[in-house]
Design a binder for this molecule. Sequence first.
Ligand code: FRU
Length: 497
Amino acid sequence: MSATKLTAARDYEKKYGSQITPEERPLFHVTPMVGWVNDPNGFSVYQGEYHLFFQYYPYDINWGPMHWGHVKSKDLVKWEHLPASLAPDEEYDKDGVFSGSAVETPDGRHLLMYTGVVGKDPLDCRQTQCMACGDGLHYKKYENNPVITAKQLPEGGSAIDFRDPKIWWDKEEQCYLSVVGNRLADGSGAVLLFSSSDGFAWKYVSTLDAGRNQLGKMWECPDFFELNGKALILISAQEMRAQGLKFHNGNDVFCLVGNYNRKDHRFTREEVLAVDYGLDFYAPQTVETPDGRRVMIAWMQAWESSRFHPEGAKWAGMFTIPRELSFVNGQLIQNPVREFLQYHVEPVLYQNMKIEGRTKLPGISGRVLDMTVEIRPDEAELFENLTIHIAENEEYVSSIVYDPREHTLCFDRTDSGFRYNIVSVRKAPVRDRQGKIRIRIILDRFSAEVFINDGEQVMSSCLYTPQEADGISFEAKGIAWIDVEKYTLTDSPKGAS
Ligand code: FRU
């Protein structure tokens, strides 16, 4: 094995990563040490700490031959950069170490499972599944890689589009299981299940579900877990057609909801849900925390706009805030991990503020904050809409518009200063609460994540507006009443010395 490529990447990121000042990054959203990131990989708990790897090309702010970058955290909020962990340096992965996942073995090793790519042409390459093993810092690829090849595919399965294994240790079956994305003979996606007793020798078990050309084309980055009595499969699908307000980002994410029969390893689909209604959300991956929560993180970017960068960018791509998931009344509920509350300082509270026209509230401004706005109608008449303007100055503004009659929340970054307005407006359907809504907005310099009605819908979007544009104002057409609870976010948690 040649370690030259990995050493080169580590030297490069050390040298150039240190030239990026903390102010040029978000405060707590993970960014690469330098260069480009896409999918989160290997989101796992290892020796009591959270580890996150990611698709990484340190040498440019555009996608290139994929490496794995690496960060770790004690609380899912503050992350520490670690040296790159994998480089495309073997015959079977020389054109890319693509997405994958990680698990801790009973004997204390950190096992990584990823896709090795050979061939630069996406229409004519070979993708196989490979393993690497390490100690939380250094990883060694398995000497008998690849561990799953096209030979193990079911009839019609593509050897070109066969990627992104998500591994876990299945307590009930007492073996490793892994779901892998594939494309079948009809040209559209499927999610395949494989099993292994030792994590190295794998066999095909079943095809959990397939798109049959109804849900995009290739199914990437599958994840599979049980939550509140249901079986959920997360899929990031290429070439997704829009459906009403859902799936307007080109490649987009959905959640298949159904039941899983362990005896014959069959999944019966009941529903397809959108996961995030924002402009930037792809390739989510989950981990189960030691206290039993299912936490999801995603690339906060859409492929379609990822080639365009703000001027002078030294890094490209970041991850959402990790979110706790639950499945309640047919909905996938997402909220920022509770650890996040430790980073709240300087509360500013307003109650029963009458909004008529455009209003600013003293103390309510900033680009690194967590703010919840409760909106209520006036007794006399339902307002037409209520807008929260953010990242605002004379030149720029982004807007969050609640329409209580249409039951939608709209996120609009048309005037955020981004030079490439590809899709810049998205709408989410919201529950009819007769003009009431609760909107939690998390701003972290280069992004806005909007959690609606305690996580019933979420909208995640990058915001490249210059940081000087830090105004916030409220504007009603009609009369609305609001409560505001705003916290500045700090990077040292409460209780830390
Ligand atoms: C999804 C994806 C994966 C692949 C990776 C390559 O965004 O296309 O399917 O493994 O990115 O970087």
